[in-house]
Design a protein around this ligand. Structure first.
Ligand code: GLN
Length: 378
């Protein structure tokens, strides 16, 4: 029997590949982005409480009301927006499901979606499996700034959506107010939708303010914002995220969500609802990760790698141009096998494989592990 692939160019994600290679070679894994810190005991106790308390059957399809209400309160406090928990918030299986369900619900065959590359690797396959056409805007090192005039030129009658991601994975750049305003001018008087992936909303440094689309009512009325608890509470394995969107868009997302995952892990949702009552749990994150970034930058100063600035996320890029002529895919694998530090090659985030000889490190690790990695890289 012949299977006609809907995604003939897609293989196993680079995160899975590099984590496997790291395991095979006993390398320090600074590749796939996940924290290696313990989850707060109070949060674990809350989960235990709800499991023991019998909260073990299906959660409501849209998410448990207490969690949706807690999220609405949190966003109001952070971004000054008033979200209706019943019609504008949907709990999903991680932000990846929020992104997938949104694209699936909103993109039809032939629709064009503007994507900034390097792009997180789930966007383009989610567009293509739904018959959409990804229109890449290629950003270049070292600044990875967006030329909004170029974006304006790429708009066509088929443009249905623009995807932004701030703080940005993999580059660690963040969008500023001027970027959001330029975007607002471009989409004004059009039916173009916006998907804003903000899973690293709390990982932003040097006193910067996160420019969430939730701060821009003119943008939010055409938007889906995807967010996640995994990055915020050191628990990427729990797979709990959410999609924020105005009622008409939320209604469409839920049509897909209900047949994609139906509903999400219930005891965790109740536990997170309680845990969110104390804002300190997320307000402390920028300082926590900024210290990690600075520690890693300092430790890496002894190595021949040239680090690029990281303004947000728990990633930092590095050029190895003065070290090796290998392409980034080969270099990342060589570094993992021979030097015992696994990293992600940035060409994996460009649909045309653009290779600027840059790799990504994840610094969401214990101080000891970061120092040990830098030591190996010397
Ligand atoms: N978001 C994480 C990263 O960029 C990985 C997610 C995954 O492995 N699917 O490293």
């Amino acid at each position: 029997m012949r299977i006609q692939s809907k995604l003939p160019h897609v293989g196993t994600t680079i995160f899975t590949q590099m984590s496997q290679l790291a395991t095979d070679h006993g390398a320090i894994n600074l590749a796939q982005g996940f924290p290696d810190f313990a989850v707060d005991q109070r949060l674990k106790d809350l989960i235990n409480h709800y499991v023991q308390g019998g909260y073990n059957q299906y959660a409501p399809m849209t998410g448990v009301p207490e969690l949706r209400q807690a999220i609405a309160r949190k966003k109001s406090g952070l971004y000054g927006c008033e979200l209706d928990p019943d019609t504008e918030i949907t709990i999903t299986n991680g932000a990846t499901e929020a992104i997938y369900s949104a694209i699936s619900a909103l993109i039809r065959a032939g629709d064009e979606v503007i994507v900034f590359e390097p792009a997180y690797d789930s966007y383009v396959p989610a567009i293509e499996v739904n018959g959409g056409i990804a229109i890449p805007v290629r950003l270049r090192s070292p600044s990875y700034r967006i030329d909004w005039n170029l974006v304006q030129e790429l708009i066509s009658p088929a443009t249905r959506m623009i995807i932004i991601n701030t703080p940005h994975n993999p580059t660690g750049t963040v969008l500023g107010q001027a970027d959001l305003e330029a975007l607002q001018d471009i989409v004004a008087d059009t039916d173009i939708l916006l998907l804003s992936d903000e899973v690293y909303q709390h990982l932003i440094y040097d006193g910067r303010r996160h420019e969430s689309v939730l701060r821009y009512p003119e943008l939010f009325r055409r938007s889906v914002v995807s967010m996640s608890f995994g990055k915020t509470f050191h628990a990427t394995g729990w797979r709990i995220g959410y999609a924020l969107a105005p009622p008409a868009i939320t209604a469409e997302i839920r049509k897909v969500h209900q047949f994609n995952t139906f509903s999400i892990n219930r005891p965790l949702q109740h536990a997170l609802a309680d845990y969110l009552a104390d804002p300190e749990h997320y307000l402390a994150l920028p300082a926590f990760y900024e210290r990690k970034r600075d520690l890693f930058v300092q430790a890496m100063a002894e190595t021949p790698f040239e680090l690029l600035p990281s303004a947000g996320t728990y990633f930092i890029l590095a050029s190895y141009r003065n070290l090796s002529d290998l392409g980034d895919q080969a270099f990342a694998r060589w570094l993992t096998r021979e030097k015992g530090v696994a990293v992600i090659p940035i060409s994996s985030f460009y649909s045309d494989g653009t290779d600027e000889r840059i790799i990504r490190f994840c610094f969401a690790k214990t101080d000891e592990l970061l120092r040990a990695a830098a030591q190996r890289l010397q």
